[in-house]
Design a binder for this molecule. Sequence first.
Ligand SMILES: [Zn+2]
Length: 284
Amino acid sequence: MPELPDLEHIVAILNDEFAQLRISEIEVLNPIIFRVLVSKPLDDILPGKVVQSFRRHGPFVVINLSDDLFIVVHPMLAGRFYIEQDKTGKNTAYCLRVRFDAGKSLVYHDSKQMGKIYILRKEDLDQIPRFATQGVDVLSADFTEAFFLNAIANTRKQVRVFLMEQETVSAIGNAYADEILFAAGIHPKTFSYQLDAGQQKTLYRAVNEVMAWGIEMVKNAGKPLQDKVRTHMKVRNRQGEPCPVCGTTIRKAGVRGYDAFFCPKCQPPQRSQFIDWSIQNAGG
Ligand SMILES: [Zn+2]
């Protein structure tokens, strides 16, 4: 699944490759993932449009075309972008091919077909589910320590769930949630109210540092657009391997239906506190 550092890398490459190019042809190869909010056929409205820019909005890739038209891609679990020099690939995973005057194409490929592609006008962007409700982006100037401490003080969710619910903090996925909690030394099942003031600040710093590190590592790997770069992960998908810090075997646990990977020594369970018992008794 492309996460924020992957999408930052993808968007930078797409801008280098395709910004200011004119679309010559559009091929919808798998209509099931399309949500078209324009009334005319795509063949009538997209060819001739010029790509103004690519940008990331939370987990979405936003392609801004001339005449205030937009293609918005939500890659979800398995969406990948490819650059094709020749029109070649075709199987059920191919969903969209946008061919440009320069001859090369941008292809969106989704083996699980869980992603979505929206084609719409600027005024309809907010109709995309979870688009307008994205919270404060972790790379934005608004993601301050004061904002974060206030947000975490106002939730009673598990920290991992809080980090991943994009309505507050946008946009941390599974892999980086694990890496952030590892960097902060916080067990993945910890509840937000169990963190003391020092841990809350440590967690804020870990979000910033781990996301910046992830962006750097993905960029430096220099892999093609479609490759998922995860070799730098310290705990994610490393169950059974030694912790890079202390050597303890990394474990996997389920947190609200998601797999979480952690080091049981670097991320000890939060000490039971009085409030734990009251919650347990009240909640049943
Ligand atoms: Zn460890």
